[in-house]
Design a protein around this ligand. Structure first.
Ligand SMILES: C[S@@+](CC[C@H](N)C(=O)[O-])C[C@H]1O[C@@H](n2cnc3c(N)ncnc32)[C@H](O)[C@@H]1O
Length: 276
């Protein structure tokens, strides 16, 4: 066991951010209500309202295994990140390697949801006393955009934009940083669609870019605007490589720019490479 204080702190942060210290609680029945038919929505809403009158709430028990939770393949109720422990380990590995090898630049996550993975990047900087690198936090804070099928036919049929669960406000994400004592001037929020915020983001150099926007468009916007700023040996982490639209964007971009760096698997879903 590594008993250095910074490692103990980061270990506890990973378990806390991913809610692995506690059992996953039941899901309130109204959480994913927007996926149901109108009839069921009315029924569930009425039932929930009646229970509320008695200060009660109905929840559906969850059947997730520990492996599913660790592997980041569920949308958790209480965790501040959905990426799971292996991907948090990967963030730690990449940020610490960048620090050790003096890879120049800031860190960015495009697609932050409740902020957990970005909070963890800031925690790694804090654990190592780094005061001259920033963490950029890019999100609409309103969920995903509707597919732009004219420009990106690869996103035809994508339904992520319908998920209210993916819309977390900037105020909530700021509050999440603050509750870990990690909201300061080294954290920079970029609010809006990637296509609008990333081209003019005040970033010179990046040591790490972590893409977690799910679709072809969101992945491609991040690659086009940020990859040229990634330092040599910098890390490009792709959370959604198992999703066909994201994978297509990565494969197209790598082919177009003849990127041969080895794509390394992180877990069943994610991968990363180091820029040559
Ligand atoms: C799967 S969640 C990110 C999960 C997060 N990295 C974590 O640690 O749990 C996807 C996020 O990407 C954001 N997003 C996707 N496409 C976007 C776009 N084109 N512009 C702005 N935000 C986008 C959504 O608002 C959502 O918060």
């Amino acid at each position: 066991m590594n008993t250095k204080p910074e490692h103990l702190y980061l270990d506890l942060m990973k378990k806390t951010l991913s809610f692995m210290l506690w059992d996953e609680p039941g899901i309130p029945i109204e959480t994913f209500i927007y996926k149901r038919s109108l009839k069921k929505r009315i029924l569930l809403r009425t039932f929930s309202r009646i229970l509320k009158l008695f200060d009660l709430q109905a929840v559906k028990p969850v059947k997730y295994t520990r492996q599913q939770r660790e592997g980041g393949v569920i949308w958790p109720m209480n965790a501040d990140t959905m990426v799971g422990l292996k991907r948090l380990d990967n963030i730690q590995f990449c940020v610490e390697s960048a620090l050790q090898d003096n890879i120049d630049g800031d860190l960015i996550e495009t697609g932050v949801w409740r902020g957990g993975a970005s909070i963890f990047m800031r925690a790694v900087l804090a654990a190592h006393g780094v005061v001259d690198r920033r963490v950029f936090v890019a999100d609409s804070f309103e969920g995903l955009p509707k597919p732009n099928e004219d420009k990106y036919p690869q996103d035809r049929g994508d339904k992520h934009y319908k998920h209210e669960f993916l819309a977390v406000s900037k105020e909530q994400v700021e509050a999440n940083f603050a509750k870990y004592g990690l909201l300061d001037q080294q954290v920079v929020f970029l609010k809006g669609w990637f296509k609008d915020t990333l081209p003019t983001a005040p970033i010179d150099k990046l040591a790490l870019m972590r893409l977690d926007g799910d679709t072809y468009e969101s992945t491609m916007d991040a690659l086009n605007n940020l990859y040229p700023k990634l330092s040599k040996d910098g890390f490009c982490i792709v959370d959604d490589y198992a999703l066909k639209r994201c994978r297509q964007a990565i494969d197209d971009f790598r082919a177009k720019f003849n990127i041969k760096s080895k794509l390394v698997k992180i877990d069943q879903v994610s991968a990363f490479w180091q820029k040559e």
